[in-house]
Design a protein around this ligand. Structure first.
Ligand SMILES: [Zn+2]
Length: 342
């Protein structure tokens, strides 16, 4: 099969488009013909090399897979060859107490397809059959492949962790990112007033079109100051953050009394300073959030199926252009998801 893979970690130029052996569906697995595969920022981190992570080598990235089942391994009964599927990217043991409690994202063996085991930057991929979800028939392949990882992450952040409520002010950092574009919609779906940040007039207009009530240009404006001005000095009840560094600090400064900041990333810096007087004096809660539960994805997918939540596709490229797609994300030129089609 044709695939994009790498044999050593590095920059976008480590990605090679070439031939790899066809994978085989083992017991409990399904072999999927990939019709579209979404790109996530996680792919860029795995490609660059994460401390302690030893990916299967040569490594094929790709968490978000939409495609058709070609064959199923022994023991698989709920899917068959010819079925269309959207693949849940999350992996967990299924038997530990965290999994039994439905907190599968807290499973000690929790992982994501394409992180250690090979993923969907390929014509074919073998995945655990339990990950093969019914296909959301209202979506194209490219749209479907833009859904799973960012919607499970954003749903877990806003609904499960921050417990967003109708009427609250929610500040979404980086509406142009995959998680940000999902968070704007999920906050709006829950009746919140959404203030979104983005860089530049074009991205701000897209954030408004997605459902943001107010926008802040994070390239030229002071996020905390603007968020306070837009809320009559009160501040926001919830901040959705994934950038880190100074942006995290601005997020904390933007919080109202009893506010919650939820973070799932630190792309621009993982060390921050925190004023403890603010933390206790304003009764704040800081929440870490790692991916999400299967149930979070199921909940989000119900609203994707109804059309209330829509995947945001920046652009679709042939698999062979994976390198250029990574470069576009690193240059922060995108709004929404980049999708590869074999
Ligand atoms: Zn488990």
């Amino acid at each position: 099969m044709k695939a994009v893979y790498f044999e050593r970690c590095g920059g976008p130029d480590a990605l090679v488009h070439g031939e790899r052996p066809d994978p085989v569906a083992g017991p409990g697995e399904a072999l999927v013909r990939v019709r579209a595969c979404g790109i996530n920022r996680l792919d860029l981190f795995v490609r660059a090399g994460l401390p302690g992570l030893e990916p299967e080598m040569p490594h094929i990235l790709g968490n978000d897979i939409a495609g058709e089942i070609v064959a199923v391994g022994p023991g698989v009964t709920h899917m068959k060859a010819g079925d269309r599927t959207l693949v849940n990217p999350t992996l967990s043991c299924g038997v530990c107490s965290a999994c039994a409690n439905g907190d599968d994202n807290l499973c000690r063996s929790y992982d994501v397809i394409g992180r250690r085991r090979n993923g969907g930057y390929a014509e074919l991929v073998a995945v655990p059959a339990v990950n093969c979800l019914p296909y959301p028939e209202n979506l194209s392949w490219e749209q479907a492949a833009a859904v799973p990882l960012v919607f499970v992450t954003a749903w877990h952040m806003l609904v499960t962790r921050a417990q967003v409520k109708p009427g609250e002010d929610v500040l979404v950092i980086g509406a142009g990112s995959g998680v940000g574009s999902a968070a704007v919609q999920i906050a709006r779906l829950h009746g919140a007033r959404v203030i979104a940040t983005a860089g530049g007039a074009a991205k701000l207009a897209r954030a408004r079109a997605l459902g943001a009530h107010e926008v802040i240009d994070h390239a030229t404006e002071d996020i905390a100051q603007r968020a306070r001005a837009l809320t009559g000095r009160k501040g926001v009840e919830v901040v959705v953050e994934h950038v880190g560094g100074r942006v995290f600090e601005a997020g904390v400064a933007a919080l109202a009394r009893n506010g919650r900041l939820v973070t799932c990333g630190a792309t621009s810096g993982n060390k921050v300073s925190l004023d403890l007087n603010l933390l206790f004096g304003r009764h704040l809660t800081l929440l870490g959030s790692w991916m999400g539960r299967r149930s979070d994805l199921n909940d989000a997918l119900r609203h994707v199926a109804s059309g209330a939540l829509k995947p945001v596709v920046d652009s679709v490229r042939p698999l062979a252009e994976a390198r250029a797609a990574h470069e576009r994300i690193e240059a922060r030129q995108h709004f929404g998801k980049l999708v590869l089609v074999p």
